[in-house]
Design a binder for this molecule. Structure first.
Ligand code: FES
Ligand code: FES
Length: 237
């Protein structure tokens, strides 16, 4: 996992400064890059901001981020990828789940600046494309989980077929979490309910108990859980 690049661009004197220590890094009105919560951030790094490159849904995106910004806010507010949702903002609901280098994470807890160089997959990228009108064919690259261009991910299709969502607010997180959970099981990562006798490093079979346990970090207040489990079962068969 990357870290903020330690380059002269990140030094206090590296590049034009449009934010000061006294304004909390909010920057001058009119700065070209929108930040979170209605603030503006500068287009060049300064002591409160760094330039990072995130490979988002197969596409390199270089941008300047506030050191305080979490990945969820950068995705939603700076990159306009609004699939990942902010539910609790405390790492408790899973609505913000995305994949970082193929592993699921609560993006509301991750400093964006620490993800420099990482491959990020959001729900927009599961179906191919980046949700911003540009689509690429880059399946299975850099740990990213992508379907062929223009096609729904098998899990997205299964969620539709199984009527596995109601309000849909939690669904992007459920989908990304399920994709990550299936990969974890295939890689032999045990869960709390995995039989201790399972050979280490061998794929773990995902029965309904395993699916429920592995997706227990994603809350759905509508109660679509039974159909979510069936949708995941459809994909792993
Ligand atoms: S918004 Fe991130 S876990 Fe709830
Ligand atoms: S479908 Fe998950 S909260 Fe409604």
């Amino acid at each position: 996992m990357g870290s903020p690049r330690n380059s002269p661009k990140n030094s206090p004197s590296g590049g034009p400064t449009t934010a000061s220590a006294t304004d909390g890094g909010a920057g001058r009105p009119g700065s070209p890059v929108a930040a979170t919560r209605g603030e503006r951030i500068p287009s060049s790094p300064d002591r409160h901001h760094s330039e990072v490159t995130l490979r988002v849904n197969g596409r390199p995106r270089t941008l300047v981020v506030d050191h305080r910004s979490v990945l969820l806010d950068v995705l939603r507010e700076q990159l306009r990828l609004t699939g990942a949702k902010k539910g609790c903002d405390h790492g408790q609901c899973g609505a913000c789940t995305v994949l970082v280098d193929g592993r699921r994470v609560n993006s509301c807890l991750l400093p964006a600046v620490a993800q420099d160089g990482c491959a990020i997959t959001t729900v927009e990228g599961l179906a191919g494309g980046d949700g911003a009108g540009e689509r690429e064919r880059e399946s299975d690259r850099d740990g990213e989980e992508r379907s062929a261009d223009g096609e729904l991910h098998p899990l997205q299709r299964a969620f539709i077929d199984r009527d596995a969502f109601q309000c849909g607010y939690c669904t992007p997180g459920q989908l990304c979490s399920a994709v990550g959970a299936i990969a974890e099981a295939e890689s032999g990562h045990p869960s709390h309910v995995t039989d201790p006798g399972t050979p280490s490093g061998q794929p773990v079979a995902l029965d309904p108990d395993e699916i429920r346990e592995r997706l227990s970090g994603n809350l759905c207040r509508c109660g679509a859980y039974p159909n979510i489990v069936r949708a995941v079962e459809d994909v792993i068969r």
